[in-house]
Design a protein around this ligand. Structure first.
Ligand SMILES: NC(=O)c1ccc[n+]([C@@H]2O[C@H](COP(=O)([O-])OP(=O)(O)OC[C@H]3O[C@@H](n4cnc5c(N)ncnc54)[C@H](OP(=O)(O)O)[C@@H]3O)[C@@H](O)[C@H]2O)c1
Length: 327
């Protein structure tokens, strides 16, 4: 019988169970994908913990994978059995050998992109696409600050900023991670476990600070990020790795220079098939020609049944770049 990961209560990684399940028949606009590789994203830990509650428990987990189409619904015209495909915005349950996916969120994979590369990068790549080109469109030579730059999203952001020609000040939690971010294209690096982020940003920008900060760390970085922004700069708060930012007194934006803040999500930037195809074509074309390298460290490829171990390791901050589950 097919297997998947599910959870019936919120909690730490031990709530994840490896269970048998039945794959439903696809509805008219759905396809069944046999997953060959499954993306792990930090958001999966928020869902598992209850920070982002699900509609009903028990629930599957994961929204991203790559694989082969095995069945199609009656009205599906854009895909056929045997197609190599990837998805990043599926309903929960991608931590699974098979997943039912609406055809509107599916893309065909270029031959040059492997299942592992696609599953490890699609959600993160689409995120970097909207952050760097839409939330705040970076310009050539523009200096900006990006936190957790050696992570899954961060590794792609370093490489995409190099394509744009913008100058990333990358932060991360170790010297090894900083040197990887620089190898990926970051202009400068700050190890936030030993250096003062605000002082270093002031020095690197000759006291000018930056127009935009991309912050996925959340709670522990909020004030420092605001202090790195120029007058009327934009704080892009796009994650909660250290916990969510709550109880904000809006007056702080006034005091620190009429700042702007946005709390964006992929779901409000990629909202239909047209937007998905534009973003995915651009991202996967960079991966196909090697302008964005997606390498997954062997120790960050986990068997599907070991999803709980994978979550523990990701939350312990030991990972570099993306991680995968292999069904
Ligand atoms: N809004 C969106 O559309 C969207 C989409 C995708 C992802 N995200 C967010 O982007 C972030 C990165 O996602 P990812 O999947 O690529 O994960 P990741 O960056 O591979 O892992 C998170 C990293 O955050 C850093 N971190 C800093 N403080 C931490 C703490 N207290 N606990 C744990 N980690 C901490 C760690 O790097 P160091 O060791 O270098 O500190 C860790 O490796 C997440 O916050 C995620 O929620 C948002």
């Amino acid at each position: 019988m097919p297997k998947r990961i599910a959870f019936s209560r919120y909690g730490d990684s031990d709530v994840l169970e490896y269970l048998d399940f039945d794959v439903d028949e696809p509805k008219s606009d759905e396809v069944v994908v046999e997953n060959k590789a499954i993306g792990i994203n930090y958001i999966d830990t928020y869902i598992r913990s209850g920070l982002y509650p699900v509609k009903t428990l028990p629930s599957g987990l994961g929204s991203e994978a790559a694989g082969i189409v095995t069945h199609i619904g009656d009205n599906v015209t854009d895909f056929k059995v045997g197609d190599r495909v990837a998805y990043a915005q599926a309903s929960l349950g991608a931590y699974s050998q098979y997943h039912l996916v609406n055809e509107n969120i599916l893309v065909k994979l270029p031959d040059e992109v492997t299942f592992e590369q696609a599953a490890a990068s699609m959600l993160k790549g689409l995120t970097v696409y909207y952050l760097l080109t839409q939330t705040y469109p970076l310009k050539q030579n523009e200096i900006f600050l990006f936190h957790a730059a050696a992570g899954g999203v961060g590794s792609i952001a370093c490489q995409w900023s190099k394509i744009i020609g913008a100058k990333m000040i990358a932060t991360a939690g170790s010297d090894e991670k900083i040197s990887i971010a620089k190898k990926n294209g970051a202009w400068q690096g700050i190890n936030y476990n030993v250096e003062n982020v605000v002082e270093r940003v002031l020095a690197l920008t000759k006291q000018q600070k930056v127009n935009v900060v991309y912050d996925s760390i959340g709670k522990n970085m909020w004030i420092k990020s605001l202090d790195c922004l120029k007058r009327r700069g934009l704080m892009v708060s796009f994650g909660n790795s250290s916990g969510p930012v709550t109880d904000v007194n809006l007056a702080i934006l006034n005091q620190k220079g009429s700042l702007y803040v946005t709390r964006p999500s992929l779901a409000s930037y990629i909202t239909n098939k047209t937007e998905l195809n534009i973003a995915a074509n651009e991202f996967f074309s960079y991966v196909a020609k090697g302008a964005i390298d997606i390498t997954i460290r062997e120790q960050q490829k986990f068997a599907l049944k070991d999803a709980a171990t994978a979550h523990k390791i990701i939350q312990s901050r030991k990972t570099i770049g993306p991680s995968l589950l292999i069904p």
